[in-house]
Structures are given as structure tokens and as C-alpha cells.
Design a protein. Sequence first.
Length: 131
Amino acid sequence: MKIEHIGIAVKSLNLSDDLFKKLFGKENYKHESIEREGVTTSFYKIGESKIELLEATNPESPISKFLEKKGEGIHHIAFGVSDIKSEIERLKNAGFAFISEEPKDGADNKLVVFLHPKSTNGVLIELCQEK
Ligand code: ZN
């Protein structure tokens, strides 16, 4: 496992893309909307890891709710795994709770699943596997 990416919730991808392009001195390598999840994402490659900016596409989006409660900032940490199903089994057996136990199509050509932050000290953790 490695840290595949860190997700940051932002109010405006336009404004935040300007900011992060300046910060990193490089362009994002993709914009991608996942309508089912109510998010538009922007990805930056930083060495072996990535930064994923997340903007809500509607008021029911989990990102809208996060912004209301906590404001802009780090939303989740994603760990890359080679076999997401066996990791889910391993972590379930170790007592971790999941938001949903079934891997779904996520951004950037990944299968993704989220652990519930109540079982991980308030940190939303994503597991992702390259498709
Ligand atoms: Zn993510």
C-alpha cells in the first residue's frame, strides 16, 4: 500500500485550480465529473502521489455536506491497494466499518471503497485499486 492521493474539498474548482497550479508550478492532468457521486475532480501528480481537488455538483453531494460542516480542507486520504476485495475482508475482520462494502467505480480509472470515519479516528479513508 502507498498513499495514492489526498482529497481536498473546495468550494470552487476554478479558483482552487488557479491556486494549486501556482503552488505546484504545474497543470492538473485531468478534470473528471462523477455525477453519481455529485463531484467534479481535478488531479495533480506530485511525485508518486496525487492531489485530488473535489467540488460539489449539487447540494446533496457529500462534498456539499462536508463544506457546510467543516469548510474547505482535507477530505480524505486514499491508499492504493492491489486487491481491494481482500483488503475489505481483512479490515472487516479487524473490526473496521465501511460506508459501503461494495467497491464502486471512482475517479481516475479506479475501484474505490470508503471506511467509515467513526472507526478511523475521524479520518475518511479511501481504498482504491487500479482497474
Ligand atoms: Zn479520492
